[in-house]
Design a protein around this ligand. Structure first.
Ligand code: BMA
Length: 890
């Protein structure tokens, strides 16, 4: 998509630097433990667990059975990374460590350079005075478990929570470390307290000046886009009269070349970075609006991106960097709701209100060094894109993701709700800690702000509500903890974010009440208030298949239910006897949520009967996935129906639905819609339908028996003359007892009630228990313009008593392309939640796609497509396993 930038502008008389930067990631590294009993080759970037796996010191599958606990000794030890290099040039002077995890001491040729204490910070050490021909760099990384404990003793008061709940098999005091918070375990993940040099290491050379980074802020003005460019330069001396030239090239046919030159630059010292002498060179450029095209979120238009080349010249020298930018505006609208209570909370992109659809992202791997694997991350974000995701939340317990992650979000049109990396805890506010956080936030905002995908910054995950609701017993000195909270997220982080990036909104927490939280001194009375800001909704004690069980917020940035991952995922990391039931030691070990397995069964049993005899693990998995998919579908459609609907109590006007969670870090029960391997759970197939731009959503009111059909159209065009179809079926026959139609014109960008149908008159004497409803919308030529949607007025438990057993088989498989097949299915009866699984261990799961899954067959024939490389149709036929809710066995 992106055109490569033409060679940068050459100014005659300029010479390039003679010295080269040295990439030490390419050098040979070794790693040794404290007592030197282990001495193995190491990778940089990398991490100790990955190194020990490669050297076969620990098992190659750290997720097998109880290995997370068996290999915990690794994080109790210290690890010393070393490399040597020979270099005759002496201009090298700065050792740059782009990411060290976490507490370490750095040495060159035995000379102590300094310590690191924040894995999100890039460190710079002046090494010129110590360089020889033969040089050794040593990075001594201290056990994060011991360091966290040591820090806990140094605090003037408790900074809770101390440890993870026992079910997590985790470690303590992770909140005292500026480290991925989930690496000491979470309710969906194991503890692997990672250690290592997880980002690149280099020696940078410069005589006078080095260009570290270019950041941009893009503003819309009447006639043009204003791009404020900041170039961050390191220098060893005081510089004057630096000049900057900017050149831009893009993805679209821009006739006119954009070349800007200016020599009268503003040069000033940056106060926020105390580690190095940083000079910021600023330039403002104006780009005529007709020269560029708008960047749009997924579903609203294209994602044109432009390369911006910045050329810095100083005296005889020139330095250049190219960054990618996009042109769009994003605004968070929090306006009073006319004639009602509360404030709105929605994103306006290019002046278009966007209903945010998507999920929450956790790191793609529990080992940070493996979290930026291109094919894994691409599979996840592409899967999100396929399910019409236009926003993803990078959750605060993980990582500021890689540049590649945000570049993919730019490409797919996925807006990013970016949390700062603080989650579910209180945090220290010592001078040292705040200083470290300041550097972290400054660097991360500058690194990420060029990406048009970033829509909002948020201070933390759930820390406002945790204080207000006393989750960590802070009420003994509420004012102290409240004050410290404000010191961190308001005085420190907020001031930096608003200074560095005035183009985006910053909310202190998720959830928060937005402007109301600010008014309530940043710790609102009820941060879950549905009339303000965003909320997180979890409740496992309600009927999750009926919409009335859920509150209706303005914006739901987290909601979810657990399910089990596929049998093949669990089988990969267990023995057969581990999978006999949910209470084996293995299944208990994998379930981190306290009571999690009880909830799983409870939620199933509210809707369906598990097969009489002890249900097999396969059946349990299948049922948990049905429950998860249908519950999230119910909740998401409720939110989408409320896009334009305001209830008398002031709730409604919902403009965001980001479910918890997109992905997984191991094979275990979790809220994810995609398994660790990349395989989609049933929920992900459902998300493709419930997030579709245009849906028809049926609901039933009792006791009136009125069927309400709501249309939700996120598209920016009206749709004339569509036909709404309602089919009424009995549970035991594929022939509908009634088919009703209505012509309709659908309005753009809204939800609306299109039809209220009194059902009693239409049911031909059957009761609501005996029927179910299928709805769809077609154009006037009867071509479907929505997916089918279903309403089950009764529980599946009762329905299953009336259903005939269904036998679903593969009638034929046709090869369409080398890796694409058409699968023709047959059923003898109505078949619910038809689930296809490919059992072919040698096939890479990340390359397998089904066009649909978990669907209902209300006709004998059903055709789906399957993408799978390197199989024959016969092989495919034999390796597809089919599960049906109402099969013969139940
Ligand atoms: C919220 C999240 C995560 C957690 C999820 C499920 O609290 O922010 O911390 O994994 O709920 O419990």
């Amino acid at each position: 998509m992106l055109k490569v930038l033409s060679a940068f502008f050459l100014v005659s008389g300029l010479k390039e630097y003679s010295c080269r930067n040295l990439d030490l990631s390419k050098a040979e590294w070794t790693v040794t433990n404290a007592n030197k009993s282990i001495h193995i080759p190491a990778s940089v970037p990398g991490g100790i667990y990955s190194d020990l796996i490669s050297a076969q010191v620990i098992p190659h599958d750290i997720f097998y059975r109880f290995n997370d606990v068996h290999v915990r000794w690794v994080a109790h030890d210290d690890w010393v990374y070393t490399t040597s290099f020979t270099e005759s040039q002496t201009e090298y002077q700065v050792l740059v460590l782009s990411g060290v995890d976490t507490i370490s001491s750095i040495y060159i040729n035995g000379r102590f350079l300094g310590n690191t204490s924040n894995m999100f910070v890039e460190y710079f050490f002046d090494v010129k005075p110590y360089l020889k021909e033969q040089n050794t760099v040593t990075v001594r990384i201290y056990s994060p478990i011991s360091e966290a404990l040591r820090l806990s003793h140094s605090l003037s008061h408790n900074v809770p929570p101390d440890c993870t709940p026992p079910q997590f098999n985790g470690e303590c005091h992770v909140n005292l470390l500026r480290k991925m918070q989930a690496s000491f375990a979470w309710d969906w993940g194991p503890a692997f307290p990672s250690m290592g040099i997880w980002k690149k290491v280099s020696l940078q050379c410069y005589n006078n000046l080095s260009l570290q980074h270019v950041s941009t802020n893009v503003y819309e003005t009447d006639q043009a886009w204003r791009v404020d460019i900041s170039a961050f330069l390191h220098t060893s001396m005081s510089v004057r009269h630096v000049s900057m030239e900017v050149k831009m090239d893009g993805t679209l046919n821009v006739e006119e070349r954009l070349v800007y030159t200016d020599t009268s630059m503003e040069v000033k010292k940056d106060e926020t970075n105390t580690q190095e002498d940083v000079v910021i060179v600023k330039k403002r450029m104006f780009v005529k609006k007709n020269l560029v095209k708008l960047w749009w979120p997924n579903g609203y238009g294209d994602q044109p991106l432009y390369n911006l080349n910045v050329l810095i010249t100083y005296k005889d020298f020139k330095l250049s960097e190219t960054v990618t930018i996009g042109f769009r505006t994003v605004r968070l609208v929090q306006d009073p709701v006319p004639n009602n209570k509360g404030l709105t909370f929605y994103f306006l992109v290019n002046n278009v209100p966007i209903f945010a659809k998507g999920s929450n992202y956790i790191p793609a791997h529990i080992l940070p060094e493996q979290s930026a694997n291109l094919s894994t991350v691409n599979r996840l974000l592409y899967s999100a894109y396929l399910s019409h995701t236009n926003m993803i939340r990078v959750w605060g317990g993980g990582l500021y993701e890689s540049d590649m992650f945000y570049a993919l979000c730019d490409k797919y049109g996925i807006l990013v709700w970016q949390d700062m990396m603080f989650a579910c805890a209180t945090y220290p506010t010592t001078g040292e800690f705040l200083q470290s956080v300041s550097t972290e936030i400054t660097q991360q905002v500058r690194r990420l702000q060029n990406h048009p995908c970033i829509a909002i910054w948020a201070g933390n995950n759930e820390n406002e509500v945790a204080l207000r609701q006393n989750w960590y017993s802070t009420s003994w000195n509420e004012s102290l903890y409240f004050e410290e909270y404000r010191e961190l997220y308001v005085q420190t982080i907020r001031s930096i974010v608003t200074k560095e990036d005035p183009t985006r909104e910053y909310v202190t927490s998720s959830p928060s009440n937005g402007k109301l939280s600010e008014k309530e001194n940043f710790i609102a009375d009820n941060p879950y208030d549905p009339l303000y800001g965003d909320t997180h909704t979890y409740n496992y004690f309600v009927n999750t298949w009926v919409p009335s069980s859920y509150p209706v917020p303005r914006f739901c940035s987290e909601y979810g239910f657990q399910s089990l991952p596929s049998h093949s995922a669990l089988a990969q990391v267990s023995r057969p006897e581990d999978l006999t039931n949910l209470t084996t030691a293995f299944m208990t070990h994998r379930q981190h949520q306290p009571m999690g397995n009880v909830y799983l069964v409870l939620l199933i049993e509210r809707q369906m009967d598990l097969p009489k005899k002890d249900p097999s693990m396969r059946t349990l998995i299948y049922y948990t996935q049905i429950n998860q998919a249908w519950s999230i579908k119910t909740e998401t459609e409720l939110y989408r129906r409320h896009r334009s609907i305001l209830n008398p109590d002031g709730t409604g006007l919902t403009m965001g639905a980001l479910y918890w969670q997109l992905n997984d870090v191991w094979q275990a029960p979790s809220w994810s819609s995609i398994e660790f391997s990349g395989r989609w759970k049933m929920l992900h197939f459902y998300s493709v339908k419930f997030f579709a731009p245009f849906i028809i959503s049926p609901t039933l009111s009792l006791p009136s028996n009125n069927l309400t059909l709501t249309l939700v159209n996120d598209n920016l065009t009206n749709v004339d003359d569509v036909v709404l179809h309602v089919y009424i079926y009995r549970w035991n026959s594929m022939a509908p007892i009634k088919h009703l139609k209505k012509f309709y014109t659908v309005k753009k960008a809204c939800s609306e009630i299109a039809w209220i149908l009194p059902m009693t008159a239409e049911m031909k004497g059957y009761t609501l228990d005996e029927i179910f409803i299928r709805t769809t919308v077609t154009d006037s030529a009867e071509k479907p313009v929505t997916h089918d949607n279903f309403l089950f007025p009764t529980s599946l438990r009762r329905a299953s008593k009336l259903m005939k057993p269904a036998n679903v088989t593969i009638k034929s498989i046709r090869q369409l392309q080398s890796d694409q097949y058409e699968i023709h299915l047959k059923s003898d009866n109505i078949a619910l939640f038809v689930w296809l699984e490919l059992d072919l261990p040698r096939v890479d799961e990340t390359l397998v796609y089904f066009s649909d899954n978990g669907f209902h067959m209300i006709a004998e024939d059903h055709i789906i497509k399957c993408t799978v490389p390197g199989v024959t149709p016969q092989e495919l036929q034999h390796s597809i396993r089919i599960q049906v809710f109402n099969d013969h066995k139940s």
